[in-house]
Design a protein around this ligand. Structure first.
Ligand SMILES: Nc1ncnc2c1ncn2[C@@H]1O[C@H](COP(=O)(O)OP(=O)(O)OP(=O)(O)O)[C@@H](O)[C@H]1O
Ligand SMILES: [Mg+2]
Length: 255
């Protein structure tokens, strides 16, 4: 197995007044190239802290993160990160927000950037909104614009923090399917955080369940056949078994 992302002995502490808050303790994870790993955990268990560390956005108090065999010392253009909160640039319209990773990468002509951004906006259902500013979009539309922006740079590793949590059920299903279409055959590696067991099982090759302070309480392969459809899955005995196991792991992790 080739590990694309490797976290070892990761601990993250935050200082608050005179005391320290531990958000993640002694966390280790190795993510195989081309795999889709879903990370499940209750609110406050350290999922976003973990992703911030894997993205090189924050420095660990202890431990190391390596990406493609090299220690990560800061954000990397090859790692796309869809954060839990909105980070679209308010002064850029949607089109120019989506073009941003291409501008940062450099070497892509303006016309090509526009074409790529327009195609991605189409894929996330935002045709005709390129000239809108983020403040003129709904929350769900901003999420979709953020998704398009992350994909624009064609990063080899994608980190996603509850990207579809706030969307209506139908849109959520559409975007999950779109994400799988984009990922399949792309060779991209995905780490996808969610608090929804069904979503985790629908999307991933592997599911990792975190308890308090990022303690890993379950780590299993998901061998359900693809393409997967929610309605068929719900009556699949393997899905039911995994669902039960993961629900128990979540419960154990929070106790
Ligand atoms: N910048 C910070 N300063 C101080 N404490 C923090 C900071 N960021 C996170 N924490 C603390 O670390 C713990 C884990 O937070 P984190 O955001 O990683 O949780 P999470 O699993 O992503 O939760 P959610 O599902 O609600 O997004 C929490 O107790 C939180 O209060
Ligand atoms: Mg979070």
């Amino acid at each position: 197995m080739t590990a694309v992302l490797q976290a070892e002995r990761l601990t993250k502490q935050f200082a608050k007044d005179d005391s320290a808050i531990v958000a993640l303790r002694d966390f280790a994870l190795s993510v195989e190239e081309g795999s889709f790993v879903t990370v499940l955990g209750r609110s406050g268990c350290g999922k976003s802290t973990m992703l911030n560390l894997l993205a090189g956005l924050t420095e660990p108090t202890e431990g190391t993160v390596s990406h493609r065999g090299k220690p990560l010392t800061g954000p990397d253009i090859d790692i796309g990160y869809l954060t839990q909160s909105d980070t679209l640039m308010p002064w850029r319209d949607v089109q120019r927000n989506v073009e941003m990773p291409l501008e940062i990468r450099g070497g892509v002509r303006a016309k090509e950037r526009r074409r790529t951004a327009a195609a991605l906006l189409n894929r996330v259902g935002l045709d005709g909104f390129g000239k809108h500013y983020p403040r003129e979009l709904s929350g769900g539309m901003r999420r979709r614009a953020s998704l398009a922006r992350m994909l624009a740079g064609s990063p080899s590793t994608l980190l996603m923090d509850e990207p579809f949590g706030a969307l209506d059920a139908q849109l959520r299903t559409e975007l999950q399917e779109e994400l799988l279409r984009l990922w399949q055959g792309s060779g991209q590696t995905v780490v996808f955080v969610t608090h929804d067991i069904e979503e985790a099982l629908l999307l991933g090759d592997r599911i990792v369940v975190l308890g308090a302070l990022g303690r890993i309480v379950a780590d299993e392969r998901i061998t359900l056949q693809r393409p997967r459809h929610v309605d068929a899955l719900r009556v699949d005995p393997e899905f039911v078994r995994l669902h039960t196991t993961m629900a128990a792991a979540l419960k154990e992790g929070s106790s």
